[in-house]
Every structure is written in C-alpha cells, then in structure tokens.
Design a binder for this molecule. Sequence first.
Ligand code: FHN
Length: 411
Amino acid sequence: MSSSHDWFTHDRFGLFIHFGLYSTLARHEWVMTREQTAPEDYERNARFFDPDLFDAREVARAAKAAGMRYAVLTAKHHEGFAMFDSKLTDYTSMQTFGRDIVREFVDACREEGLRVGLYFSLIDWHHPEFTIDYHHPLRDREDAVELNASRDMVMYREYLHGQVRELLTNYGTIDYLFYDFTYDEPRDGWEGKGPADWDAEALLRLTRELQPGILVNDRLGIPADLVTPEQYQPDETMTRDGVEVTWEACQTLNGSWGYDRDNVDFKTPDLLVRMLVDSVAKGGNMLLNIGPDGRGAVTPRDLATLAAIGDWMDRNERSVIGAGPAAEVAPFGTRFTRRGDRLYLHLFHWPFGHVHLPDLAGRVGFARFLHDGSEIRTSAIDPDQQAWNTTPGGQPAGTLTLHLPVTRPDV
Ligand code: FHN
C-alpha cells in the first residue's frame, strides 16, 4: 500500500452509511429487486422522499464519539438514485428534495476531522442501458439474455464514468472510494457483462487521475489498494500470492445495510468491539454500518450502540487505533494487538483460572484471575496500573483489555 494510504491502516475503524431512496421503503437496500419492482414504478417513491431528519453533523459526531476515524456514504446504490447533484440525470436528491446529501456529508466529516469515503455502485437498475442482471426486476423474462445482448453498454459506461468524474471533481478531496460490485463469473442474464463492460481499468485510471491519493477497494473486479471481506472476519492476516494485504471487513449493525424496519438481528456492543479487535489483531480494519430511515433519522438503538462502543474506545482506543497484529501467540479466547512497545491482551470472555502467556515469560508477569472473577491483577508494573485491576462490572462493553509493556519495567 502506498504511503499516502498509511492513514487507513492507522485509523482502523470507520462508519459505513447506507442511505438512499430505498430507505423510504424500510425493507433493505435491495427492495427494488426483492419485490421485482420495475424502474418506472420504483422511481415513483422519490415523490415521498424528503429526509428532513437527516443531519450529517449528528452522524459525523456519533462516528467520532464511537472512536471512528473515517466514514463512507452511499453516493449511489444499485437503485440508481444519486444522493448528489449529478447533471447526468434528474434522478437525484437535489432534483427530488433540493439537497445535495453528499455535499452535506463531506462538509460534516471534515468539520469533525473524519476522513471522507464515498460508496458508488457499478450496478444501476434504473439506467435504461444497464445490463439486466439476474437480480433485475425483469429477471424472469425469458428474453432477458437477448435483451442484455441488445444493451448498448457504451452509453452506460459513459454515464458511469461521468458520475465518477462528478463525485471526484466537485466535492474536494475524497480519501476512499468504495466501488460495489461485480460478479467474478458470468451469471444468467449477466453473460459477458461486468468489468469488461464498464471498463474497470479505465475507471480505475480515471479515479486516480482525478484524486491521486485516493484509496480504492477491490470491487471494480480488478486489484486495487485493499481487499474487502463482505460481512465476515478472516481467519488470519490476509494475503494475496503470499504477500500480506491491506483489508477491511464491512459489517452491518443488524443484518441489513439499508434501514429495515423488521430487522431484529442486532449485534451487541460487546460483539462489535470484539470484531474490531479481531480485525486489528489480524492486520485489518472494520467498517461498521448504519442505515438511516426514510426521514434520514439514525435509530436510537444504532446511536446507543455506537455510544457504547465509544465508551470502550475512550479507555482502550490505543489498543486498536495505530495498532496492529502482534508476533506473540494469543491464548485461546484472547487476542493480542500491538502498538509500538506495548502489547494489548484482549480477553473475549471472562477467564477462570490463570491465563498463561508463555510468549511473554520474563517480559511481563502473568495475569491472575481470581476464580470468583472478582478481580484481576497482574504482576507487571506499568503507569496504567489502574487499567489492569478491574472487575467484570468495571469494564465497558467489549473486551477486557490489559495494557501490557512488552519489556520488563525498570523496577
Ligand atoms: O449489494 C451490495 C449490498 O447492498 C451492500 O451495499 C454491500 C456492502 O458491502 N455490498 C453489496 C453486497 O456485497
């Protein structure tokens, strides 16, 4: 990864925001294809879209308080509705309710000191010349493949590249472009479509020409700056051809990217903190998503979850921000992260008995966990002594994190 991207592997933790016309339907961002709504019917929802409660500053402040360092907003998702002032279509937030949501977002991020990321969909179910892929409302049409063959992808490619040019020209420095997504293999109705049709190589060149320092993900369908596991935690540090790669796991708060009123699959702050720690321990980042509702409000539950993560970060952020994998092998049920000369032992559950740290013998003492779980002490001495002696109730959500010096203190 180029040095201009060092910020990314330092910052480790970002906010993903899925916000679009789909938010008004409160049923998931794929609602258009899940309900097989034809574009001319789906676009009528825009008449009701007026997110009076969307406050980009509130979102940016919540991200910052959660310990996040960057944020990525869906500028345009697969539905094709642009949340920015595109001159290439009137299917935009500006034309619909007079607001340039991307502009509000980038301004708010900068005011709060967050790096700016934009998500941009390669798929566009609204554009008349886009391939009818197997998720398209016409997918059950026998002639879908023939229709695809008749598609003029040149017109679509020019539209796609044109909107990328608008986003990377009109909104100042963009730190991260999250393209999304392509299929690796031809699918029914998708034959021969994909990177070759939207000319992924040319799009990557255009991206870097317009924003030379920008970070680009791997979802153009060609290699770029980072790998993006979709909603899973890799088993270990990620490599490509034996070389460690920069990676970022994107995760939902509740099983849905876009606001879904029926969703009940909520992850707890403890689990989310462990996922963040797990990512950093394996050399990666975590991009955690919220989905504002149709009026643009972030749900109280999502805000509360971000705030609980922030409680843990207030005390432990140096064990993840600016941190990375450790050479030491962590005992089962724990993770090590390392930052400079300091090692962080993250206990993913309250242990019973001793946690033996053979890799640290002679460098720090061992952590002794009284059987009744009443207290933890460790023999090493460190200015952060108070961070070690804690009780189950005393530890905010997430992990029990011991801040251990990796060399014996001069005592
Ligand atoms: O289809 C999208 C999905 O809606 C969501 O935006 C995720 C986020 O990583 N990306 C695609 C599925 O991988």
